[in-house]
Write a protein that binds this ligand. Sequence first.
Ligand SMILES: Nc1ncnc2c1ncn2[C@@H]1O[C@H](COP(=O)(O)OP(=O)(O)O)[C@@H](O)[C@H]1O
Ligand SMILES: [Mg+2]
Length: 347
Amino acid sequence: MSKEEILELLRTVRHPARQDRDIVDLGMVHSIEGSTVTLAFPKRRDPLAEYLIGATRAALIRGGVKDPKVETVVVDEAAPRKKGVEFDTECLRHVRHIIGVASGKGGVGKSTVAVNLACALARLGHRVGLADADVYGPSVPLMTGTEGQQPLAEEVDGKELMVPLEKYGVKWMSIGYFAERGQALIWRGPMASNALKQMILQVEWGLLDFLLVDMPPGTGDIHISLLQDIPMEGAILVTTPQEVALADVEKGANMFRNKNIDRPIFGLVENMAWFTPEAHPDEKYYIFGKDGGERMAESLGIELLGRIPLVQGIRESGDAGEPVALGTRPDAQAFLALASRLAEKLG
Ligand SMILES: Nc1ncnc2c1ncn2[C@@H]1O[C@H](COP(=O)(O)OP(=O)(O)O)[C@@H](O)[C@H]1O
Ligand SMILES: [Mg+2]
């Protein structure tokens, strides 16, 4: 593929914090050698650097470039960027509690719980932020109705930070705000974890009582790397009540109890604890078995912090971008109770 053709592909990569101009137009393409593209960054770290590296690689792959490489240089130092990105935790200085919301596997309602818990904590008067760290399937933009909006970059004390979006009294940040609709980014392991660290460590969070981190599902390297670099105080685990889910929750718990990580687990949230039909709000059907969450919490030696029912309205409000925890439906109570228990526990 010719340089010109590659340049055309690079024109599809836009910088969301620079009026959506493309990286060629912005003069960020330093060189093209075969299938290696080198991007130039200013000395000051760009909060979207990792995102742009991933997006560039994705554009090259989509355009048919085999095994492309994306490298970086710092322009005003003429020295290559340090290998392995270094992060500092300055922007978390005024955040009181940083709590991971984790699950052993996907689809158990981790994001639903995280988003509603954030709204419920805010409703109780706490200052709350939520970082969507699920780089592979960010769902916060959809669940909060903030899709299509873009956080701005701002210079704070000589550093460039992203300003989180604010809605429902919560500060939201997600890599989903930068990726184009329907175009999944093609991440490799370290790239993904650097990108998501930027979504937490290069954000102007300001003063917060709680910062929830919606962790990616599962228990892989990306989680360990995240736990090593983000000063998370501890975590809550989300599960469904079936017997077979226990093994996954155990995996989740072991990740935090691993001797190199060693963070407390504040408790378990049993999602889809029972089913309640919309038309019969007083009825409870224990379709996944009764008290599964209770037994799991006991066997893991942690508290059962809350039980959330399976109701159509929770899914519908998630899809509509208006979390149930904001409303007056009975299911909002389950999230408010969870929020007050967590806040009480953490003092
Ligand atoms: N308690 C619940 N009642 C009804 N639907 C739910 C509930 N919890 C989650 N869902 C739905 O299940 C799907 C998966 O939930 P999600 O929060 O995205 O899971 P995860 O983040 O663990 O992958 C979503 O469509 C969500 O709306
Ligand atoms: Mg999710």
